[in-house]
Design a protein around this ligand. Structure first.
Ligand SMILES: O=C(O)[C@H](CS(=O)(=O)O)OP(=O)(O)O
Ligand SMILES: [Mg+2]
Length: 228
C-alpha cells in the first residue's frame, strides 16, 4: 500500500482515501460510544456548534474533551463512557485533535476514523476499498504524536498484508507523551483505565466511516466481514 502520514497542518490537498487516527482518545471513545449503543456520532466543528446541535436535539448526547462543562453530557474518556447506556442515541463529539482531523478531510471519497481498538477492521476495509493508497492523518501534536503515528503505521502495514508485530507499535503508544499526560493527571476528564483501554488491540470488530450527511460530518460503525 502507498501510505502517506501527514499532520493536520500538512493537509494541503483533498486525499482520495483518508484514515484519521486519534488513539488518545477521540476515536477510542467513538468506538466505545458505538459499543454502548450509539447510532451515529456527529463530529462538531466547535463547542458552540456542539451546544447548538444539542439545543436543537435535546435527546442527543454532547461530548467534549477536557473537564466536564455545562450543556455537555459526557467527556472524552473511554473509561467513563463504558458505563453509559447510549442505546439508539446520536452523540455529538468535539475534541482538540481527532474531530478536527476528520473535518479537515471531509471532502475525501472515503474517510475512516481509527485507533488501536478498531485497527484490524480498519485495515481490512482498506484492503477492499482503498485502491492501493491512503493518507493517514496523524492528528496529535501536528503529526508528531507517537501514539497516533504508531497506530497509523501499524494499520498501514496490516492493510498492505505485511507482517507487523503489534507489541512494538503498542509499546510506542504506551510510552507516548499523551499516555504519560493521561496517567499523570495533566489532562482533565480522565478515568484511570483510559490508557489501558486505548491500547486494547482489536477490541471491536467494526471500522468507523465518516461522511457528510445533511451538511454534518457523521461517523458510523461499519461491520467488516472476517476473512474465511
Ligand atoms: O481528550 C483528549 O485526550 C484530547 C484532548 S487533550 O489533549 O486532553 O486536551 O483530545 P483528542 O482530540 O481526543 O486527542
Ligand atoms: Mg489524541
Amino acid at each position: 500500500m502507498d501510505a502517506r502520514f501527514l499532520g493536520i497542518p500538512e493537509l494541503t490537498e483533498v486525499p482520495a482515501v483518508a484514515v484519521v487516527v486519534d488513539v488518545m482518545r477521540a476515536f477510542t471513545v467513538a468506538a466505545w460510544a458505538f459499543a454502548q449503543g450509539a447510532e451515529k456520532i456527529v463530529l462538531a466543528e466547535s463547542l458552540d456548534e456542539a451546544l447548538a446541535l444539542k439545543a436543537r436535539h435535546p435527546d442527543w448526547a454532547a461530548l467534549k474533551d477536557g473537564p466536564p462543562a455545562p450543556g455537555f453530557d459526557a467527556v472524552n474518556s473511554p473509561g467513563m463512557l463504558r458505563s453509559v447506556d447510549l442505546g439508539g442515541r446520536t452523540v455529538v463529539q468535539k475534541t482538540t485533535a481527532g474531530t478536527v482531523g476528520a473535518l479537515a478531510v471531509k471532502e475525501a471519497s472515503l474517510v475512516l476514523c481509527a485507533s488501536f481498538v478498531v485497527a484490524e477492521a480498519t485495515a481490512r476495509l482498506l484492503r477492499t476499498r482503498a485502491g492501493g493508497s491512503a493518507t493517514f492523518v496523524v492528528t496529535g501534536e501536528d503529526g508528531q504524536a507517537e501514539e497516533d503515528l504508531a497506530c497509523a503505521q501499524y494499520i498501514a502495514r496490516r492493510a498492505a498484508g505485511t507482517g507487523a508485530d503489534a507489541a512494538d507499535f503498542l509499546r510506542r503508544a504506551a510510552e507516548s507523551r499523551a499516555a504519560g499526560e493521561l496517567v499523570e493527571g495533566v489532562r482533565e476528564g480522565v478515568h484511570p483505565d483510559d490508557v489501558a483501554l486505548c491500547l486494547e488491540l482489536d477490541r471491536f470488530p467494526f471500522a468507523m466511516v465518516a461522511s457528510v450527511e445533511d451538511s454534518l460530518m457523521v461517523l458510523r460503525p461499519h461491520e467488516v466481514a472476517s476473512p474465511m
